[in-house]
Design a protein around this ligand. Structure first.
Ligand SMILES: Cc1cc2nc3c(=O)[nH]c(=O)nc-3n(C[C@H](O)[C@H](O)[C@H](O)COP(=O)(O)OP(=O)(O)OC[C@H]3O[C@@H](n4cnc5c(N)ncnc54)[C@H](O)[C@@H]3O)c2cc1C
Length: 466
């Protein structure tokens, strides 16, 4: 068995592992990364963020073609199959793999394909490589093994009409009707994708409102727009059984309802990938959700082992995972750039898109913070009119006395980009983070930044006469 020596071995090549490997390599450490799949990029590239965002983009283009009257000169509205839009996503995925493969080569990070298993806290065995098992001895380990869909044992996920968010990418036809169980971020995003393809979707929510962590108005807006595309949302429901047959799937709910559809997509919960690496040999133990506990430096209970990304739980976003990986490596090499990632914007790629940062109206009310609201509707901005994207709203919550920005909530086209303007100001120290910035600054025109100016003026007007 070949034996290699490293300063750092990273398990998993998703954004968390990549961030850790690159930063450790940039600081002169000898780094290896181990990946169980046959190419780099992690579930982010192969099963999660990238395919779902590429699918959604293609679906948005189809919706634009079908609804914008200008396109009627070149043809009648058309429906595209799921497999057709998936082809587009596959192209993006392979481009991403190529790009990321080059990063490792350029930064002299050795990539081992195979499953990493602990022999002890300083030794990793790479199993099932083309060359046989290989041994990596290392000073430090970063576990960045990600997560997978949680699949309850009483549902038959081998049935050809029952999918989870990984296997849905193997769907080879377009169902006429689809049940999506779980109305979290992933369920709501797939709901937009399938309803945009003309599929009749039943969205089953186990809670009493969609994405209950969002500001109430934004969550209501999402419900309204999904219903507008014929999605049937059912709240406060729990499954009794899911039964697949030759023609479709029957979902029996504990409330007594019975729903039939051509296919069923499970989007309820995820499990950390820790059961595949002989974790006990490292001295670590995962919790019941397969997740690892870390301190504020991404260190586990074992001195030389860090953990980052989905495997540590919240916020389970690619955006945070990359930064967590970079930060863990910074801590490991003793660099000043370490930061604990505790403030992450929400980016939800439903149609319409949603993004937010900071407190919601509900939170501020419960905390008795004297706040005011400035709102702007996209339909009233020149840029949204020009781009025929009138659906949307930007809402700035600010302190009535200090004028400090307390929350930014946005839905509509490009919301996940637009939120960053507010984020940059909100992050400033002292008096620089007030809503006045948006009225005292000249922005390009026409841009969606205009929405900040409109919202800020509206908000300041509300408190002017009190
Ligand atoms: C449908 C969907 C849509 C999403 N959309 C977004 C979005 O829009 N924005 C966003 O920020 N986040 C999104 N996410 C979440 C995002 O994909 C994850 O937060 C991110 O992938 C986590 O990165 P990671 O590096 O921790 O793990 P992963 O990307 O899960 O990568 C972990 C890697 O580790 C490998 N691995 C596991 N065990 C071993 C082992 N023993 N040996 C070797 N390799 C191993 C796995 O094969 C995998 O490649 C989405 C997720 C899903 C499912």
């Amino acid at each position: 068995m070949a034996v290699y020596d490293y300063d750092v071995v990273v398990i998993g090549s998703g954004p968390a592992g990549e961030g850790a490997a690159m930063n450790a390599a940039k600081h002169g450490r000898r780094v290896a990364i181990v990946e169980e799949q046959d190419s780099v990029g992690g579930n982010c590239t192969h099963k999660g963020t990238i395919p779902s965002k590429a699918l959604r983009h293609a679906v948005k283009q189809i919706i634009e073609f079908n609804t914008n009257p200008m396109f009627r000169d070149i043809g009648e509205p058309r429906w595209f199959s799921f497999s057709k839009v998936l082809k587009r996503a596959e192209k993006v995925m392979s481009n991403q793999v190529m790009l990321r493969t080059n990063f490792y080569a350029r930064n002299r990070v050795d990539v081992f394909f195979g499953r990493a298993e602990f022999e002890n806290s300083n030794t990793i065995i790479v199993k099932e490589t083309a060359k046989g098992d290989e041994t990596l001895r290392t000073k430090s380990v970063v576990i960045a093994s990600g997560s997978r869909p949680y699949c309850p044992p009483d549902i038959d996920f081998t049935h050809p009409r029952i999918y989870n968010s990984d296997t849905i990418l193997k769907l080879s036809h377009t169902p006429r009707t689809l049940i999506i169980y779980g109305a979290g971020v992933i369920g709501s995003e797939y709901c937009s994708i399938f309803s945009g393809l003309g599929v009749k979707v039943d969205l089953i929510d186990t809670q009493d409102r969609l994405l209950s962590f969002l500001d109430g108005e934004i969550s209501d807006a999402l419900s309204y727009h999904l219903r507008n595309t014929a999605v049937k949302i059912r709240h406060n429901e729990e499954y009794e059984s899911v039964i697949g047959d030759e023609h479709g799937v029957i979902l029996n709910l504990k409330s007594g309802k019975r729903i039939r559809a051509d296919a069923f997509l499970w989007c309820n919960g995820r499990t950390g990938n820790t059961d595949n690496m002989n974790l006990e040999a490292s001295g670590l133990k995962a919790n019941s959700r397969g997740q690892l506990t870390i301190d504020q430096h991404y260190k586990t209970d074992v001195e030389n082992i860090y953990a980052v990304g989905d495997v540590i739980g919240w916020p389970s976003l690619a955006s945070a995972a990359l930064d967590q990986g970079r930060s863990a490596a910074a801590d490991l090499v003793g660099a000043d750039s370490f930061r604990y990632i505790d403030e992450v914007p929400t980016g939800i790629y439903t149609i319409p898109e949603i993004s937010s940062l900071g407190k919601t109206e509900e939170e501020l009310t419960a905390e008795r913070v004297p706040y005011e609201v400035g709102q702007a509707f996209f339909k009233d901005t020149a840029r949204a009119q020009i781009s025929s994207q009138p659906v949307g709203m930007l809402k700035i919550l600010f302190h009535r006395e200090t004028l400090a920005i307390l929350g930014i909530h946005c839905f509509g086209d490009q919301a996940s980009e637009i939120v960053h303007i507010g984020q940059a100001i909100m992050r400033q120290e002292g008096e620089a983070n007030t809503i006045e910035y948006f009225v005292n600054t000249t922005f390009n025109y026409p841009t969606m930044a205009e929405a900040y100016r409109v919202a800020a003026i509206a908000g300041l007007n509300r408190i002017a006469n009190l």
